[in-house]
Design a protein around this ligand. Structure first.
Ligand code: GLU
Length: 481
């Protein structure tokens, strides 16, 4: 039997940029469709006019493209489809599944209050219903969905796991608010998310709805709407993926330092590393492997059945580690190209660039660190202060060390200026002076770079060259002379 065609979509609201959670949802939907040779659509859910941000759509598209997530067909914008939603709303009104109400927000609040009071007195479930006076639909009025007077308990599947679907039962007695007559069209003529997304998913042939599990509490409403629209048998499969938590186990937010995709880009993360990282939050590929170098590798192993039921935890340190692994895997040439393209490297001397990048690739975690290394000490002589140089040592002692290092390194013939020989010279000197590496080397490191962490000193000195190394050590020595 041919496999069913897979159509997924990503449906961000342009009320903010693409954050980590959104990126994960988009990635799962993209992987799932691409894996099955299906389609992946992009839909902009711009019906909340109050929170609308003019540049959000562009930024979201830019972030998706940067991550390598391409979409099929034109972008659907809900604001361009108001007439369509209105027609469906009218059909629902005609069929008795919806009604028009002219309550103002204040009245709704009061009605809800009143409902609560009387319902509580009469021992009824607290289930708000709009004021239904058989009005005709016109701008300025809202359209409410109409639940039956005695709604029945519903069993919904919020993750259509092929082997073990995740289900929940929703009981009007226990959760009356899940059976409120929710709004389909607002008084400004815009549909609600609850209404519009169902029409759009149906019209674009979506077969799998992959989204955050904050929608689970509304899923019974969507079931009811599908039935009311006559599409009960053609519902897409729902896959609500668990929330992402911060390290303190609270729902992930900016407070945890979690940023938008564009912020990670600006901080020097590689898109494939960020994709690798978000994919692993709450999804278990099976086995120990954690590094997936590109979307193709992820796609090969991705399966919705690996999505875990418990929330995933966002671990920034892991992201840094993964990014470092991806950087290492690039190789010097690609690292050079990517760093230049992303604005983290300025082309200088080709051979020197290659040596510096080759030496740095193993130890950096972000491309931004390259910029610091380049500007900090490879292409510029750092301005070292006496205080930094001396640290907790005695200035005179430091002066003596530097003098001896200068003498021995200057004595190394130019043809022998290589990491191995430099290391030997420094080791011999340490033995002579009876010094530990951790006494002498930090001083030399600061003297040459003003940085606390660098590649090994001998590699560094080799790359800087004899003349430059000696000049820097000499300048440092004059601070303590
Ligand atoms: N606009 C909704 C959101 O941004 C989309 C939810 C869905 O994928 O259906 O959360």
């Amino acid at each position: 039997m041919p496999e069913q065609r897979v159509v997924t979509r990503f449906a961000p609201s342009p009320t903010g940029y693409l954050h980590v959670g959104g990126a994960r949802t988009a990635l799962y939907a993209w992987l799932w469709s691409r894996k099955h040779g299906g389609e992946f659509h992009l839909r902009i859910e711009d019906t909340d006019r109050q929170r609308f941000m003019a540049d959000a759509e562009e930024q979201i598209k830019d972030s998706l493209q940067w991550l390598g997530l391409d979409w099929d067909g034109p972008i659907l914008r809900q604001s361009e489809r108001l007439e369509k939603y209105r027609l469906y709303a009218e059909q629902l009104i005609k069929d008795g599944h919806a009604y028009v109400s002219d309550e103002s927000p204040e009245e709704t609040k009061a009605l809800k209050e009143q409902w609560r009071n009387t319902a509580a007195k009469n021992g009824q479930p607290l289930r708000y219903r709009g004021r239904d006076r058989d009005l005709s639909y016109e701008p300025g009025r809202h359209v409410h969905f109409r639940w039956p007077d005695e709604p029945k308990r519903m069993v919904i599947t919020y993750f259509e796991h092929p082997r073990k679907p995740w289900k929940v039962s929703v009981d009007p007695k226990a959760a009356p608010s899940a059976f409120e007559d929710f709004v389909l069209v607002k008084s400004d003529g815009y549909p609600t998310y609850n209404f519009a997304h169902i029409i759009d998913d149906k019209e674009t042939g979506v077969t799998a709805v992959i989204r955050g599990d904050e929608f689970t509490s509304s899923l019974n409403k969507y079931y009811a709407l599908y039935d009311a629209l006559g599409w009960g048998r053609e519902r897409p499969a729902f896959y609500h993926v668990p929330t992402i938590l911060g390290p303190d186990k609270a729902k992930l937010s900016k407070r945890h330092g979690a940023a938008d995709v564009r912020d990670y880009r600006a901080a020097g993360y590689l898109p494939e590393a960020l994709a690798n990282f978000v994919a692993l939050i709450g999804w278990n590929p099976g086995g120990d492997r954690e590094v997936f170098l590109d979307l193709k590798e992820l796609m090969e192993v991705f399966d919705l059945s690996g999505v875990q039921r418990s929330p995933g935890v966002f671990d920034e340190e892991k992201l840094r580690w993964l990014n470092g692994e991806h950087i290492k895997a690039l190789g010097v040439e690609a690292l050079f190209r990517r760093a230049v393209a992303a604005g983290f490297w300025t082309v200088g001397d080709a051979a020197y660039d290659e040596r510096v990048l080759g030496m740095s690739a193993e130890r950096i975690r972000t491309l931004a660190e390259l910029k610091g290394i380049r500007e900090g000490y490879f292409y510029h002589r750092p301005k070292v202060t006496r205080k930094r140089l001396v640290g907790s040592e005695n200035p005179q002692t430091v002066g003596v060390w530097l003098e001896r290092v200068l003498r021995d390194l200057s004595g190394l013939p130019d043809v022998d200026w290589n990491a191995q020989r430099i290391e030997n010279v420094l080791n011999d000197l340490r033995n002579e002076l009876d010094l530990e590496p951790k006494q002498l080397y930090p001083v030399l490191r600061i003297a040459a770079t003003d940085a606390d962490r660098t590649p090994p000193l001998w590699d560094l000195f080799e790359t800087l060259g004899k003349e430059e190394t000696v000049a820097r050590l000499d300048a440092a020595q004059s601070l303590v002379a």
